[in-house]
Structure formats: C-alpha cells, structure tokens
Design a protein around this ligand. Structure first.
Ligand code: NAX
Ligand code: ADP
Ligand code: K
Length: 450
C-alpha cells in the first residue's frame, strides 16, 4: 500500500486529496450504517486520525450530530490540516461518553506496538456501548501485516479497508475483529500477486470424457483405515473419474465405486504408482508413523506422479521436508495445519510470508490450513481463503480436503478450487456436521460453480 500510495503521489495526486477520498468513503458507510444516530469519532495521532477528522467534517456537513475525541493531535501533513479544519470541540479519549455510532480512527496501518492498556480498555468500552461501530482501514490494535491482536476491541460492526485489503483483513485475529470488511476504492492501485479466494468456475465433463481422463486418484492407506477412506470418498465426490484405495490389508466399504487394492510392501506400491494414467496420489490420512508408513512415504516421494501429502506423512517428513521434496520432478501439494507446518518449516513473519517461504524452499504448493487458509505456490502466487465455517474444526475434515485437493488437481484444476469447495460444502452442511456429511455436500457445492 505504501508503494502504491507513492505511485499515486508521483502521478500528481496530493496526500490531502487521497485522505479526502478516504474520509468520504468512510463517512458514506457510517451515514448508511449509523442511520442518523449520534456519532462519536475517535481520532489518533497519525493519518488514520487525519481520515477520522475528515469523516467527522463530512458527517457534520451532512447534518449528523457528531462529537470528536482524540489521543495526540496529528503534528504535520494532511492529517494536521484535517485536524485544524475541525473547529468544534475535541474531547479527550479518557473522558468522552459513549454514543450509539462509533468511528474508530485511532490507529490504522501504522500500528507498531500494543495499545496502551487504558486506551484499549476505553476503546473496548466505547465499542461495546455503541450499537454500530465502524473502523477506518483497520480496527485499532490489529497489526496490518500479520493480523496479530495488539489489543483491538471485539465487536466492531464493519471495517472500511482503504484502497486494498491488507493481510490483517484476512488473517489471524483480524478475521473476527474486523467485522464485515468493506473495500473502498480510493483510486490507489495496489499491484499485488496476492489474492483472496473467489468462487471457481468449473466445467461439466465434455461428451468425450472418460473415467481416466476425468482424473485417476490413488489414496495410499495405512494403519487408520477410516481416514484414508474419507479421503478416497472425497476424491470421488470431488469429481475424480476413478479412485483406488491402496491398503496394506484387504479392505472394502461403501461406496462400492472405490476400487480396493491390497498393497503389501514397497515393490507392490511402486508398481501401482508407476501407472502414468494416475493424476494424483494422496498419502498421509491415517498413514501412521511407524516403519511401514515411512516405507510407503518414501515410495510415494520417489514416484513420478503428482503427490498430495497430508497428516502423518507431513509429520514423518518434519524438518527434512524441503530437502526431500525439492528434488521431485512431479508436482507436490502439502496440506499442513499449523502444528504440522511448524514441524516442517520456520513460521517466521505473517502466515502469508511463512507459507510462501515454505513453498519456495520445498518447491511444493503449500495449503496452510485453518480458519485463514493460505495457499502459496513455489512460483510466488498466494491465495488466502478466509472465514471458513468454524464447524470444520472436527476430526476427519482435513482428510476430506486432501481427497478434494487430489481430485481437483487430477482433473486439471487447482488447490484453490478444492479449498473453496471444502469451505462451501461446510457452509451447506450447517452446524455440528461430521466429516462424512461434508463429503455429501461436495457435489452440491460443485453445482454452484457450473
Ligand atoms: N495508504 C493509503 O493509501 C492511505 C492511508 N491513509 C490512512 O493512513 C493510515 C496510516 O497512517 P499512519 O502511517 O500515519 O499510521 P497510523 O495513523 O495508523 O498510526 C500513527 C502513529 O501512531 C503511532 N503508534 C503506533 N502504534 C501505537 C500504539 N500502540 N500506541 C500509540 N501510538 C502508536 C505510530 O508511531 C504512528 O506515528 C491508514 O491506515 C489509513 O487510515 C489514508 O489517509 C489515505 C490513503
Ligand atoms: N476453527 C476453524 N475454522 C475454520 N476452519 C477450520 C477451523 N479449524 C479447522 N478448520 C479446517 O478444517 C480442516 C481440518 O484439518 P485437520 O486439522 O487436518 O483435520 P483432520 O486431520 O482431523 O482431518 C482444515 O481444512 C482446516 O482449515
Ligand atoms: K482504525
């Protein structure tokens, strides 16, 4: 955003013009959401405060009842001009009384340390007492690049992101503390390869489609049969044309469409995985962590097929992941939750930066799961899938994702598609679903993308 802002200045737009656009965009939303009730605008010492004085001015000019309270007055630049242009009273933050509509313009992207405790407490009180609260750019107390909570209040109704979403609108505590995120176009073009997820477009199979062309997925099972069955069933309902469940012991189980193969030993698995028709192999769900599991993982890593690595297989790889996967010629997709991620990679910086670094070091596409799932490719592409239903926090939903990732990949699609479908299926499944119910919703979620 800072670079984009500089380009904007370079093109002849002044700082005060940009701030005026920001103030106007926020004031419009406050007028809309506040519906004529008395407004309290909180203004901080930087440009976020500068925006806030502008918001107060617009609202007052439009006839609203507006009070302003501040901590520290902006010292220079457009923010100071906006503060000077507010001729009415400015109360102190400590002493101001709550009003039904609150505008938080204390701190935005300049948050560099935790809010002082009395400031955080008073802000929380004012937000709690208001019926509508709108944050300018970010709630005060959320770190822009990480979404880390530096003392932000809960219960903000809406956040007006200025110019572009920042990572904190999608990651970490920012996810719940921003409330509804509204994006305001202020004429700043932020050039970035980072995207938030969108509904994918899928194609129904064409008239020439056949089962192998639709995608052949092999799921390598281990000691916990249920997990690999979930992955296999998810692959089938995620659009794969053919699904083989390769298990160490003779197995069966619904649906009958899954082809069961008994694989006992390295050679048998290597032979199965030599089939060039295979579009993706899944290993990890229910694999176990014993010697037999390690043997299977080694065969899978050594094969020339595209590979989805999940669960136990990620833990078996641990810190050797980057080194062992870096030499693979076929594609690798990793689906760690944050615990598995920490076992494999350094978790430095924001979730986006850490995931991107992991993808670059391993050459894999890394799908770093959670309420804020980050998908990064070795080539530098980042997609953030935010606000998945929290009912997903139940055993087996990760196995379902692994199967879905394999199915979409084998069909020539992307990991983004799989993550979107997973989240959408969860939304359709409603509250307190089991992983099995999630699978049942995948076809309908796909139907929304046709
Ligand atoms: N990037 C853009 O394109 C635009 C940005 N604008 C606004 O500018 C904001 C960023 O402004 P600034 O960079 O001035 O930053 P802020 O206004 O967020 O913060 C200002 C100051 O607060 C201090 N500070 C940080 N954490 C603190 C803490 N915990 N306690 C006390 N003081 C603390 C900092 O040292 C900094 O000087 C954006 O969020 C947005 O609201 C808009 O005015 C217009 C366009
Ligand atoms: N609180 C949450 N909110 C949204 N999604 C979640 C939450 N907790 C977990 N998930 C999602 O649920 C899935 C859980 O995967 P994982 O932890 O591997 O489970 P398992 O190994 O039991 O299958 C992931 O897709 C993850 O993103
Ligand atoms: K703010």
């Amino acid at each position: 955003m800072r670079a984009a802002e500089q380009r904007c200045f370079g093109a002849g737009v002044s700082q005060s013009e940009l701030m005026e656009r920001a103030s106007l965009a926020v004031a419009r939303e406050v007028a809309r959401l506040g519906a004529g009730q008395p407004v309290l605008v909180l203004a901080g010492p930087g440009n976020n405060g500068g925006d806030a004085y502008g918001v107060a001015r617009f609202l007052r000019d439009w006839g609203h009842d507006v009070a302003v309270a501040s901590i520290g007055r902006p010292a220079s630049g457009a923010a100071a001009e906006n503060a000077a242009a507010w001729h009415d009273e400015v109360e102190s933050l400590e002493q101001v009384s709550p009003r039904p509509v609150l505008v938080d313009g204390l701190f935005g992207t300049g948050m560099s340390r935790a809010l002082d405790a009395p400031v955080a407490a008073q802000l929380a009180r004012l937000v709690a007492a208001a019926s509508v609260s709108v944050a300018i750019d970010l709630p005060s107390g959320i770190e822009t690049d990480t979404g880390l909570d530096l003392g932000a209040p809960g219960g903000i109704t809406a956040t007006v992101a200025l110019g572009a979403l920042k990572p904190a609108h999608l990651l970490g505590a920012g996810l719940s503390k921003c409330g509804h995120v509204l994006l305001a176009d202020i004429g700043v073009e932020a050039a970035t390869e980072w995207r938030s997820i969108a509904r994918p477009r899928l194609e129904a199979p064409g008239p020439q489609a056949h089962k192998y062309g639709r995608g052949l997925v092999v799921v390598v099972a281990g000691s916990m049969a249920g997990a690999s069955r979930l992955a296999a069933r998810a692959a089938l309902h995620g659009g794969a044309g053919y699904v083989i469940l390769a298990a160490p012991e003779p197995a069966s189980g619904a649906p009958d469409a899954i082809v069961h193969r008994t694989i006992d030993g390295r050679d048998a698995l290597a032979e199965l995985l030599a089939d060039p028709r295979i579009g993706a192999v899944v290993i990890g769900p229910g694999l176990g962590r014993d010697e037999a599991a390690m043997n299977r993982l080694e065969v899978a890593i050594g094969c020339e097929r595209d590979l989805v690595i999940d669960g136990d297989a990620l833990s078996l790889l641990g810190k050797t992941a980057a080194e062992r996967l870096g030499t693979r010629k076929a594609s690798t997709l990793l689906t760690p939750h944050s615990g598995e991620f920490a076992r494999m990679f350094e978790a430095a910086g924001s979730k986006i930066e850490a995931t991107l670094a992991a993808a670059k070091s391993s050459g894999a596409t890394v799908i770093h799961k959670g309420a804020d799932t980050v998908i990064a490719s070795a080539g530098g592409k980042v997609v953030v899938a935010s606000a998945a239903p929290s009912w997903l926090s139940t055993a087996g939903t990760g196995d379902v994702l692994a199967g879905l990732v394999a199915a979409r990949h084998a069909a020539g699609g992307s990991a983004d598609e799989a993550v979107w479908l997973h989240s959408r299926a969860a939304r359709r499944a409603g509250p307190a679903f089991a992983a099995d119910d999630l699978i049942a919703q995948i076809p309908a979620a796909m139907g929304e993308c046709l």
